[in-house]
Design a protein around this ligand. Structure first.
Ligand code: NAD
Length: 327
């Protein structure tokens, strides 16, 4: 508790309005010292005396941080929370919250953007045109892959995966999905999506888009055996989390032409990107911006602030990831 009476909350990084306004009404906000490394010991030191932390996906929030005396809640400004050890949080009775739902459309739009950009070689075409190499129409220039009517394989058909399936309908795509949990039959029917095992999805899809959370089960879900099983013409899109794809194996698969291309928003060791990917014209690379629209990032900020405001006022935040902590 601060001397001014309001509970103290550590804000790890600036976020967007109305997040700061909502948070300031509920708490005394202390900001993480700029330039301080994002390691657990430094975060713990900054969190001393705080009941809450508003974190982002690059902040490691594990036992060292979660055992800070008096810490009650961590509000992550993201739907994914693989940067947080939820079991350790639960053991320390710390509530963890995330921002589901508000970023589904922006992220699904972006997965489709990467798919189309890679399929139709837009990045290559843009630099070709800018650099003055366009000297006239040619029948074999910049040939790409058809999207309309192609087969799309969706790995993980949660909120965002379903959004991608919805968009695929407009392109008359055949949609296959792989997920441990089947969609209800009505949803399968309305999305026109067929549940298959992973091997069939890999073998039959022209495009594969990944939408699982990062967990122990999904780490390197796609590696050399899976790339080998894909069509030689397949294009992989990853807007989930970097480590779901074995990046070194992806580079090898692209170099060996086991698959045709990729659209990547996330990387195994962000912000580092495998140099092999940087060298490939058939790979589209984005700097983790799938949810980056003005409205979405603002809504994520508001939701994260409301989650924290509710927690510091003693309530049960709406987006509690570990509900067993607050009955
Ligand atoms: P969600 O929980 O609604 O859906 C995830 C789906 O993956 C679920 O249907 C789940 O059953 C499925 N799944 C879990 N393990 C699986 C496995 N081993 N194989 C296949 N499917 C599996 O989550 P969501 O809101 O759709 O978000 C998905 C992920 O996308 C988030 O966890 C986050 O990491 C990532 N994300 C990234 C960005 C970005 O900026 N690039 C933005 C939003 C979300």
């Amino acid at each position: 508790m601060s001397t001014r009476g309001k509970p103290r909350v550590l804000l790890m990084h600036p976020f967007l309005e109305p997040g700061p306004t909502i948070l300031n009404e509920a708490a005394e906000v202390v900001t993480y010292p700029p330039g301080q490394p994002l390691d657990e010991a430094s975060i713990r030191q900054a969190a001393e005396g705080c009941v809450g932390i508003v974190s982002q996906l690059m902040d490691p929030i594990r036992e060292t941080v979660l055992s800070t005396p008096g810490l009650k809640a961590v509000s992550n400004v993201a739907v994914g929370f693989d940067n947080i050890d939820v079991a350790a949080a639960t053991a320390n009775k710390v509530m963890i919250t995330n921002t589901p739902g508000v970023l589904d459309d922006a992220t699904a739009d972006f997965a489709f953007t990467l798919l189309m950009t890679a399929a139709r070689r837009i990045v290559e075409a843009d630099s070709f045109t800018r650099s003055g190499q366009f000297r006239g129409w040619a029948i074999d220039m910049m040939l790409g892959a058809d999207i309309f009517g192609a087969t799309l394989g969706i790995i993980g058909i949660g909120r965002i995966g379903r959004g991608v399936a919805h968009r695929a309908k407009g392109f008359n795509m055949r949609v296959l999905y792989y997920d441990p949990y089947p969609l209800p039959p009505e949803a399968e029917q309305s999305l026109g999506a067929t549940r298959v095992d992973l091997n069939r999805l890999l073998a039959e899809s022209d495009f594969i888009s990944v939408h699982t959370p990062l967990t122990q089960d999904t780490q390197h879900l796609l590696s050399t055996p899976q790339f080998t099983a894909m069509k030689r013409t397949a294009i992989l899109v990853n807007t989930s989390r970097g480590p779901v794809v074995d990046e070194a194996a992806l580079v090898q698969a692209l170099q060996a032409k086991l698959i045709a291309g990729a659209g990547m928003d996330v990387y195994e060791r962000e912000p580092a990107v495998h140099p092999g990917l940087l060298a490939m014209p058939n790979v589209v690379l984005a700097p983790h911006i799938a949810s980056a629209t003005v409205r979405t990032r603002s809504e994520m900020s508001a939701m994260a602030a409301r989650n924290m405001a509710t927690a510091v006022r003693g309530g049960r935040p709406p987006n509690l990831v570990n509900p067993e902590v607050k009955k």
